[in-house]
Design a protein around this ligand. Sequence first.
Ligand code: AMP
Ligand code: GLY
Length: 421
Amino acid sequence: MNIMILGSGGREYSIGRMLEKDEAVAKLYFAPGNGATSRLGENLSIKDYDELAQFALDNSIDLTIVGPEAPLVDGVVNIFKAKGLTIFGPSKEAARLEGSKVYMKNFLAKYNIPTARYIETDHIETAFKFIETLPVPVVVKADGLCAGKGVIIAMNHDEAKKAVSEMLSGKSFGDAGKNVIVEEFLDGYELSMFAICDGKDYILLPAAQDHKRLLDGDEGPNTGGMGAYAPTPLVDDTLYQKVKDRIIRPTLDGMQAEGAPFEGVLFIGIMVVNGEPITLEFNVRFGDPECEILMPLMQTPASELFYKAATSQLDSLHVSFSKQFAVGVVMASRDYPCKGSTPAEIVVDDIVHDEIAQNTHIAYAGVSEEEGILYATGGRILVCIGLGDSIKEARDRAYLLCGQVHFSGKKLRTDIAYQAL
Ligand code: AMP
Ligand code: GLY
């Protein structure tokens, strides 16, 4: 099989890493990939989706896997499918579950899927009135894609009103904020759950926890994620079953009824409140860094899983997962989450201890390559992943690996997986 992966992050690297080890895979391409994916396959500099689809036709690509949300929301899947290509990811219509929070919330309400009480509006007075009825904090969300920054947790009513005004005026997020969601604050613990879907069937992966804040103790600004671990002991069989029955099944059935069957990764952001799972949001792709820790737990060949998902054959697939735990610690550049670091050489010391070497690896993200040397180019640079028979063992190994990786300005959290220990 020839496979193409769209994207350039650690998420795409980690999918590629699994496929590179997969006997069924002949050739791997990344578009655009990063400085380290070129070690797993060939990087392509084609950006235009029509040109990418033509490349896939010309080079007998059997399967394309889409990593990030932007090409999905833009409709890359529709473009590929129109040319008869096999591609794993939701259509433009189904990707609205992430592309528009208003669409997502209205969908949840229509199909009685648990979510925070809310209104959607483009009318300032309506928003203000609803804010007055809510206890504090109040959550205000911009409708469109805002690179993870479109959610404001306002500590009082005035702050919530200010956030609404700035969104509706276009000041804070441009057109993405022309519609807003105002919703009640949910107090509980957060989970990330991932279902690989083929439109009607799905495979649920072990539940993960992300660490969105930049600093230890969940302090500092929000980021794309500074580390993750899975499976989390905070989920038992009862909770998995509730998520399946109350969220995933009605979502797949509902999307079919809407004429937009959901194929791809359904990423469910969940808040567990008094033992009940409430949907915070959907994303239509793998989380990053969650993907980096879930991929190594998968024992079924990745090519088979993604191909069957892309061709509506999940009902004939049995997926097995490793009994191990995985912990991933993100190393970011000095200026993350603001961009603009100068490139810094990455040095990884040899790991001489076999057990550590066999149970750790790096997923590379913000890196470039020159003459065999990798350089940190800014943002999230890489993820150090540790596997183990307990979360503690996996975490100790991940941090041991972190100690072997050096680049100027490296920044990391020291408390990943603290919730589980
Ligand atoms: P979202 O992009 O909707 O997932 O929101 C980003 C983050 O904001 C979530 O991961 C939560 O930590 C937080 N958040 C969003 N909505 C709520 C809510 N209704 N109650 C509490 N926290 C929330
Ligand atoms: N780690 C969260 C995300 O990918 O959105």
